[in-house]
Design a protein around this ligand. Structure first.
Ligand code: ADP
Ligand code: MG
Length: 342
């Protein structure tokens, strides 16, 4: 459904180049949910925007994005307009501020339907009522203004909007970050049910590994503009192979588990500024198990089990030991890109 290969995005700014994505490979199959996780600044939103070519002009993009086999980066504007909303739709980060405060929400949900499907006003209004009910809001709420709704309700409106033109792939960028824990769970269950009932593809972005592990089939962990680990969600969460994934998993208390609440391990420090990346593995200055060679190591995604890979020299060493040479080669097309030291 979606295949991203060797995607790089570099922002050109007054103070120099910002390499926000550095050779990302990802794919999503229909009916599957991919979680993309990483701390703030790792390039998650840049990735989302690159998929539908929503980046500012200052961003230079290379690589390939195929949606249902079609090259998005080379598409004509007309074709791209058709793919946006109807092929792929995005629930943007910060839904609380994404709605127009002076327009009724029904109007805002109807807009893409009127523009993309050239529906009549009556047909669009019927569809808006249906969509609101599907996301658990009474149809009469169509007449409400955003300030009359709670945070969770506004997020539901954003999801209804994303579903408006029946897309095949939905990308939700931090859909629950601004919501409290109870509402978070409701919204995530809603997204999951919608996807399961319609065989849609779904990408959910979050900084919270445990939330993603509970709702996704597959996970990709990003650090400093690269995918550093990927594989089946339960495996990646339960048995992380990259120290960053392990640190990210330990950084959140497990709800209901008093042990983790009493001993929050956290993740000290901040991700690097992409304009000033460390040499070698970008995580090495914060890595609890770093060795001297990590400062110069090639960080390539190495095979780390069935359907899994991780960009850590420890994984490379264990792979080489266990398989001699047969599978001891980096996976994916990112190998070439990731050999380049920052
Ligand atoms: P995330 O969503 O994971 O928090 P982003 O994709 O928003 O990360 O940002 C990745 C990096 O790119 C950050 O260092 C951010 O400061 C930088 N960045 C994002 N947008 C721009 C922009 N328009 N111009 C310059 N740098 C940007
Ligand atoms: Mg973001």
């Amino acid at each position: 459904m979606l295949e991203i290969s060797d995607l790089t995005v570099t922002y050109r700014t007054a103070s120099g180049e910002v390499p926000a994505l550095r050779g990302v490979d990802l794919s999503v199959r229909p009916g599957r949910t991919l979680g993309v996780v990483g701390e703030s600044g790792c390039g998650k939103s840049t990735l989302v925007s690159a998929v539908l070519r929503l980046l500012p002009r200052t961003a230079e993009v290379t690589g390939r994005v195929l949606f249902e086999g079609e090259d998005v980066l080379g598409m004509s504007w007309g074709r791209l307009r058709a793919v946006r909303w109807a092929g792929v739709s995005i629930v943007f980060q910060g839904a609380m501020h994404s709605l127009n405060p002076v327009q009724r929400i029904g109007r805002q949900i109807a807009e893409p339907i009127l523009l993309h499907e050239r529906a009549t006003e009556e047909a669009a209004a019927r569809r808006v009522a249906e969509l609101l009910e599907r996301v658990g809001l009474p149809a009469a709420r169509a007449r409400a203004y955003p300030h009359e709704l709670s945070g969770g309700q506004r997020q539901r409106v954003m999801i209804a909007m994303a579903l408006a033109c029946s897309p095949r792939l939905i990308i939700a960028d931090e859909p629950t970050t601004a919501l409290d824990v109870m509402i978070q769970a409701q919204v995530l269950t809603l997204i999951q049910d919608l996807v399961a009932s319609q065989d849609l593809g779904l990408i959910v972005i979050s900084h919270d590994l445990s939330v993603l592990a509970s709702i996704c089939d597959d996970l990709a962990v990003m650090y400093a503009g690269r995918v550093v680990e990927r594989g089946p969600a339960a495996e990646v969460f339960g048995h992380p192979r990259h120290p960053y994934t392990a640190a990210l998993g330990a950084a959140f208390p497990v709800i209901g588990d008093p042990r983790s609440r009493r001993n929050p391990r956290g993740l000290p420090g901040d991700p690097p500024d992409p304009a000033h990346l460390p040499t070698g593995c970008a995580f090495h200055p914060r890595c609890p198990v770093a060795e001297p060679e990590c400062a110069t190591a090639r960080t390539v995604l190495w095979p780390a089990g069935p359907d899994r890979s991780a960009a850590c020299v420890r994984v490379a060493v264990s792979t080489e030991k266990s398989t001699e040479t047969s599978t001891g080669t980096p996976t994916g097309t990112s190998a070439r890109a990731e050999e380049v030291s920052p």
